[in-house]
Design a protein around this ligand. Sequence first.
Ligand SMILES: [Zn+2]
Length: 59
Amino acid sequence: MAEQQKAPQPETFKVPADADGVSCDGGGGPLGHPKVWYTFDKAGRAECTYCDRLFIRKS
Ligand SMILES: [Zn+2]
């Protein structure tokens, strides 16, 4: 019997391939967080430690 799980899916954002990094403020407002900058790892991904947003650099 299959159990359907609804895991909250973090938002994913695509950024231009020539971007050196991304900034995230959680969208601002009461749900936001201080603006922070992230750089991409070797795979071209950066994950916000505040709101779990995932930024993926286009290849
Ligand atoms: Zn964030």
